[in-house]
Design a protein around this ligand. Structure first.
Ligand code: SF4
Length: 398
């Protein structure tokens, strides 16, 4: 640990800062109910605060207790999560709620190791729940806290590496206040400081050229600041370019219904309803010159065969569609960016005169007015909006 900032000084300075400049009025602050804390922590992991502010109260109203969440069908949970992205969080919420009801009688366990053993709860989230709900002296180490500690103590090396991560966890543990009752406020203060003052792009210490802006309480003892390395820390891993893929997706409409396909539970958009799609093709470097596919055109038969491949459904659709019309209608090309890949989606639409029956598959027909209530990936939602199949009311981010 740095000689420049000891445990007592850090906690005291941070708590003092929080009293004056911490965030106030967020609905998940000052909670002691582990369920409410857990939901907020999971939502905040990969979703912007402004979106969570809108969606957290709604989710809590729909599933007010761990029992209510455990008893709900997974489809309802996914639908409620729709638009928030990173859907494994919703599946884990559901699995974790069931686990708590089944293994702990509906009460959150109070041991850190037990919390960490629950679905979707990592070490930092377990630490936050334990600190907020049970006043345990357990550290947190989310991305914001990693940044603050790496700067304050001049920790070099990428924070993703095991060596640096171990070092940061050790620091986070050492810095905890001695008094357990301070843990909720200390933990909130650390979160607030990383989220609002020692930010990735505009840390306050680089913004107070004019005397009206407040001064960071750690400025004189922060190694990054003292050595002019604030923006260099924490060190970033150089990202390689994400691979790009393309695929065709098909809106098959019959009267007032649309054919959807449930995605496999594991993998991208796991468990959500999506459009029938062709396999994702990796785009070669040459295709990057301009958006892929834009020049391509398919006959209805070719398109349906690409999408349904060996599935018996293909023939049924082909049969009915070919009798009706000859060309599918093309929609806009949509670029969807995942964490580690990019997908170009070309949507198409065809009309059948009546729904075809499909037994023993993951396909199902949904009425147009049901679409907005389903658990859909955000990209599919955008496609439906583009085709005016659902209203353009949901401004949620992904
Ligand atoms: S001095 Fe700057 S880098 Fe250091 S803790 Fe304060 S805001 Fe962060």
């Amino acid at each position: 640990m740095s000689k420049t900032l000891n445990q007592d000084q850090f906690a005291a300075a941070l708590l003092c800062w929080h009293q004056q400049d911490g965030r106030t009025g967020l609905p998940w602050q000052n909670l002691h109910d582990p369920y409410a804390i857990w939901i907020s922590e999971i939502m905040l992991q990969q979703t912007q605060v402004t979106t969570v502010l809108e969606r957290y109260p709604r989710l809590m109203q729909r599933f007010p207790t761990v029992q209510a969440l455990a008893a709900a069908p997974l489809d309802d949970v996914l639908a409620e999560w729709s638009g928030l992205g990173y859907y494994s969080r919703a599946r884990n919420l559901h699995a974790c709620a069931k686990q708590i009801v089944r293994e702990y009688g509906g009460r959150f366990p109070q041991e850190l190791t037990q919390l960490e053993s629950l679905a979707g709860i990592g070490r930092s989230t377990a630490g936050a729940i334990a600190a907020f709900a049970f006043n345990l002296r357990t550290p947190i180490l989310d991305a914001n806290v990693k940044r603050v500690l790496a700067r304050l103590f001049g920790i070099k090396g990428p924070v993703q590496s095991k060596t640096v991560s171990d070092q940061l966890w050790q620091l986070a543990q050492t810095l905890l206040p001695q008094e357990a009752k301070l843990m909720p406020r200390y933990t909130q203060a650390l979160m607030d400081f990383g989220a609002t003052w020692c930010t990735a792009r505009q840390p306050i210490c680089l913004s107070h050229q004019n005397s009206l802006v407040k001064k960071c309480p750690f400025e004189n003892r922060c190694i990054a600041k003292q050595s002019n390395q604030v923006m260099a820390l924490p060190e970033k891993v150089v990202k390689t370019k994400s691979p790009e893929f393309d695929c065709e997706m098909l809106i098959i409409q019959a009267q007032e219904q649309i054919l959807l396909q449930r995605r496999p539970t594991e993998g991208i958009w796991g468990g959500l309803w999506s459009l029938p799609e062709s396999s994702w093709q990796k785009i070669t470097l040459d295709s990057f010159v301009q958006p892929p596919k834009i020049k391509k055109s398919f006959s209805a038969k070719k398109l349906l065969q690409m999408i349904f491949a060996s599935d018996q459904v293909a023939e049924k659709v082909v049969d009915q569609f070919i009798k009706l019309s000859d060309k599918p209608t093309r929609g806009l090309l949509l670029k969807h960016v995942f964490t580690h890949r990019v997908l170009w989606i070309q949507s198409w639409r065809i009309q059948l005169n009546k729904p075809i029956s499909i037994a023993g598959t993951d396909y199902a027909w949904f009425k147009l007015n049901e679409l907005d209530t389903l658990g859909l990936p955000q990209a599919i939602r955008l496609i439906f909006r583009e085709w005016n199949l659902i209203p353009d009311a949901d401004k949620a981010n992904e």
